[in-house]
Design a protein around this ligand. Structure first.
Ligand code: ASP
Ligand code: MG
Length: 412
């Protein structure tokens, strides 16, 4: 008998019909002779709706009360799913995160799971129940309800699978799996059979919203077999696996685009020790998340320093930057939101050379100007004009042979 953890996202439990459909799937898995633990998100839109209500009352709602509010979304979907299973004659019981023994630290609205006390879940499984657990939530050691940050149900599912030593963790969502690129932007994109943890982490942090990064980190750390599949069909999905030597044969596993970026430039700052330290210390103090940084060659003792921030933070970042400009003696601060970050990811970059040159070549042929570049061992990112980004993404994708009929890592 296998123990399987299944996680269903918000769209998969978006209405009553879909909840009934999930119940059928859960029952089918149980009837194959497995023990099943189900983790669910709030019904699609429910969390956003709750946040909207809070905002109508307060611009800075108390974080503890926010968690009290947000945790209610998942409580609705677990109870409804349990009822749907009962209707099918299946013994099932729902539990909140705290009831399921999920302990977290005390940082409200972005808590991290610290331990899971599995007795209650194991006990019910042993009695033949399907156990349905509310994702995205837990309790602190002082018995406060906490939530794990947006998209946190993925992390709940993988952490529960790790704690229960489940045979696998299946993440059911509204896409078939992980693709070589966003299929809405690149029609030639293909579904991957498998992707390594590190590649998935890079793609997740680059804006591919298939899985929460924390979930992938957990899966890697605790070796949880993890698969992303659609809840609307029976396609096999994409496995997120431990890296193998063979995986390096494919140089680029996937490409991604992040259009949620903006660039700020400090113009003509004195080129002397301490300037960068001052700028980025002040930004960090305001919890502004800086991504790429580029400093120009200095001319006559002055230089330009540019960096990217999330587009949502642009206003705030500009305000802070203008204050810092005076401190460091910059002539001016400028902003540009017509930018996007295009990235190529693949563990094969560790052993192959010339990948960056090839990417730059594809972009130059298409007359796309590169404003910034950053690399890691398995990733190359270029900041390019946003208005050319979709076209550039497709060219880079196909240029690296990820298109139809060419990609040995993808499925037909
Ligand atoms: N309901 C939460 C959210 O919308 C958690 C999740 O869906 O994973 O972010
Ligand atoms: Mg979600």
């Amino acid at each position: 008998m296998s123990l399987i953890v299944q996680k269903y996202g918000g769209t998969s439990v978006g209405d009553v019909e879909r909840i009934k459909n999930v119940a059928q799937r859960v029952l089918a898995t149980r009837d194959e002779g497995n023990q099943v633990v189900v983790v669910v998100s709030a019904m699609a839109g429910a969390t956003d709706h709750l946040i909207g209500l809070a905002r109508q009352i307060s611009t800075v709602p108390d974080a503890r009360e926010m968690d009290m509010l947000l945790a209610s979304g998942e409580q609705v979907s677990v109870a409804l799913l349990a009822m749907a299973l009962h209707e099918l004659g299946c013994t099932a019981v729902s539990m909140t995160g705290p009831q399921a023994g999920i302990f977290t630290d005390a940082s409200h609205t972005r808590a991290r799971i610290s331990r899971i006390a599995t007795e209650r879940v194991m006990d019910r499984l042993g009695n033949g129940h399907v156990v349905i657990i509310a994702g995205f939530q837990g309790r602190s050691e002082t018995d406060e309800i906490t939530t794990l940050g947006r998209g946190g149900s993925d992390t709940s599912a993988v952490a529960i699978a790790a704690a229960l030593k489940a045979d696998c963790c299946e993440i059911y969502t509204d896409v078939d799996g992980v693709y070589t690129a966003d299929p809405r932007l690149v029609p030639e994109a293909r579904k991957l059979n498998a992707i390594s943890h590190d590649e998935m982490l890079e793609l997740a942090s680059l804006g591919a919203k298939v899985l929460q990064s924390r979930a992938v980190e957990f899966a890697k750390k605790y070796s949880v077999p993890l698969v992303v599949r659609s809840s609307f069909n029976t396609a096999p999905g994409t496995w997120i696996v431990k890296e193998t030597d063979q995986m390096e044969d494919v140089v680029v596993r996937g490409v991604s685009l992040d259009k949620n970026q903006a660039k700020i430039t400090f113009l003509h700052v004195p080129d002397r020790p301490g300037v960068a330290a001052t700028i980025f210390k002040h930004l960090a103090d305001q919890t502004i998340n800086v991504d790429m940084i580029v400093q120009n060659i200095s001319e006559q003792g002055k230089t330009d320093v540019s960096f990217t921030v999330p587009a949502d933070d642009l206003e705030r970042s500009l305000r802070v930057s203008r204050e810092i400009a005076g401190l460091v003696g910059a002539a001016d601060v400028s902003a540009n939101s017509d930018i996007a970050k295009l990235s190529a990811v693949g563990v094969g970059m560790r052993t192959h050379t010339g990948i960056a040159a090839k990417m730059f070549g594809i972009l130059s042929e298409a007359q796309v100007n590169i404003a910034m570049i950053s690399t890691s061992e398995i990733k190359i990112s270029c900041v390019i004009p946003k208005h050319q980004a979709d076209q550039a993404l497709r060219l880079v994708h196909n240029g690296f042979g990820l298109g139809a009929g060419e990609n040995p890592a993808a499925e037909n």
